[in-house]
Design a protein around this ligand. Sequence first.
Ligand code: G1P
Length: 285
Amino acid sequence: MKIKKAVFPSAGLGTRFLPATKAIPKEMLPLVDKPLIQYCVEEAHASGIEEIVFITGRGKRAIEDHFDISFELETTLREKKKTAILNKIRHISEDLTYIYTRQKKALGLGHAVLCAKNIINNEPFAVFLGDDIIDAKVPAMKQMIKVFTKYQTSILAVQRVPKKHTHMYGIIKGKKVADGLYKVEDVVEKPEKNPPSNLAIIGRYILTPEIFTQLEKNKKGSGGEYQLTDAIKGLLKTQAVYAYEFEGERFDAGDKVGFLKANIHMGLKNKETAVELRKFIKRLF
Ligand code: G1P
């Protein structure tokens, strides 16, 4: 089975970035010159995904406009012969199909994914959490699809985190089956004490459609919300789930410091900004 669809839960209120996110979705905050969400959409595209399913909410229309063709803007750029910029804005909308549905109440990540049930139908699919920006030689989702192709079951992206941070993540207990690959035995969402390991779930998942049965049975969990991690725990009773330690650098762009680090990292990689930015940073120390 090929992974063709990716779900992007994007209904969060972005409270950690207020007041910047009062009138702008947090997904649209820029890393250098591209909105956060575009990095993940490009990763999906580079991994062979064909359809992007955004789970949005109120105040998220800018996302829809961003991935649409902007006729006026394109005409103006063409007239002014600004071909390079024109190509930059065109390529994101051309090869992918975008589908939007709304999560009417902010009831948690599990509930957001469940909102995609009728769009996904009966096929395995990817989930991208837009806060997690991963810079990798081989796109993280492409690495995961390779693992999926072999095991044909749900795959979670994981990364080791310091023990003191385990309370911020879904944490797995797993049995190592190969280099960087674990058969998941248990998962706990944001354990307050006794985390089963320091292998944290990062915002990339490949899930089989059986997850929807679990999401429908789901009860409120951590933070009083319907958690995807709890549904994955249910999935463990019916199928093997693997956790894959992807190669690449991950930034938590949902956090202020993580967002700034991601901006510096991308700024130092960007041809237009790298030289001046490096000079500036050197001058600071
Ligand atoms: C979500 C998931 C959590 C995961 C994390 C990765 O939490 O619920 O299991 O480890 O994303 O970024 P959130 O950061 O949305 O609170």
